[in-house]
Design a protein around this ligand. Sequence first.
Ligand SMILES: [Zn+2]
Length: 88
Amino acid sequence: MHDTHLLRNILKYFQEQEELTSRKIKKAYFSISEFGSLNKEHFLEHYKQLVYGTRFQGLEIAVKTIPFGPELEVTGLEFVGETEDRKK
Ligand SMILES: [Zn+2]
């Protein structure tokens, strides 16, 4: 099986989180397992294809490689207008 199944739910997840918070995502944080089927460059290629032409295309992203853990995970989201001292 190709690795794109790992990315399949990302857009859906983004949409759900925006609906839940009524805010737009500004930045997404990902972690990738060092020993998984994706490396960072390969992930970025797929990610760019995935978001191309969608409203998430301009999102800032940060990708961290981890020694252990899930192959691919969204570890955090930053929303537009979010500030440090304000809680949901
Ligand atoms: Zn691939």
